[in-house]
Design a protein around this ligand. Structure first.
Ligand code: ADP
Length: 236
């Protein structure tokens, strides 16, 4: 009955929470060890001011990465507990979400001379949560830039299908191998090629959770060294 299904949902939430906490502890141990080591070296003996400065700069970078990680974990915990409110009375514009997300990624794209093109001709609205959908698209566009090549491009499209809206984000980047396809959506997963770049391994799992909270689905097609294409479908 109702009570049992509530219990089952709670049980599932607890299990998810346990995994998330274990993963988080594991992920945060490494940067903390780096900070401790930097402190130990600085404290061993008296050092030049330049050495202190470089230590503090390193510590600051690691702290920034930890903050991003913790913010991602908080977002996931909120999504896990089903706290995302989706307005069904007021429809939100996917055009606006995509415009906002794309403009946030512009500075990063500029650094690698990557061109972002958009085909958002029709105005499409869906029942949804504006902030969350913008975050979901932001993650995808940011990845499309991050895992791209210099002078590459990112193409963002929005079109309406029968019962849903379809967003596609295509890049000319490093691509994703067949074995990786499923794993990229799991928490903390990062490919070896990605490890040299900044990141948390949480972006795609957050994106998928947001899309699923909207009863939508996300799929990916990719060819190694040619590029990837992520498609998001949201019921309209
Ligand atoms: P992050 O980018 O912080 O590592 P994500 O969850 O967003 O975490 O992505 C997980 C992994 O999936 C990345 O580390 C990368 O290996 C791979 N990936 C995601 N998007 C792309 C893309 N557009 N092209 C190639 N690889 C990608």
């Amino acid at each position: 009955g109702k009570f049992n299904s509530l219990l089952a949902r709670l049980q599932k939430a607890f299990e998810a929470e346990k995994h998330l906490i274990a993963g988080a502890a594991h992920e945060l141990k490494t940067p903390l060890a780096v900070i401790r080591a930097e402190c130990d070296i600085s404290l061993q003996r008296r050092r030049d001011p330049e050495e202190y400065t470089s230590s503090l700069k390193e510590i600051r970078l690691v702290c920034e990465a930890m903050l991003r990680q913790i913010n991602g974990l908080l977002t996931l915990a909120r999504l896990d507990s089903g706290m995302l409110s989706i307005s069904t009375s007021q429809k939100i514009s996917l055009n606006n979400c995509l415009e906002d997300a794309a403009s946030l990624v512009k500075p990063l794209a500029k650094k690698s001379a990557i061109t972002i093109t958009k085909q958002l001709t029709e105005e499409i609205t869906v029942p949804g949560n504006k902030e969350s959908l913008t975050e979901a698209f932001l993650n995808l566009i940011e990845n499309a830039v991050k895992y791209n090549r210099r002078n590459g491009s990112v193409d963002i499209r929005l079109k309406s299908q029968e019962e849903h809206a379809e967003v596609s984000i295509r890049d000319t980047g490093i691509g994703i191998s067949e074995e990786e396809m499923e794993r990229i959506f799991s928490r903390f997963y990062r490919s070896d090629a990605a490890r040299s770049m900044g990141g948390t391994g949480l972006g795609l799992s957050i994106t998928r959770a947001i899309v699923q909270a909207h009863q939508g689905e996300i799929t990916v097609t990719s060819k190694k060294a040619e590029g990837s294409s992520f498609k998001v479908r949201i019921p309209s």
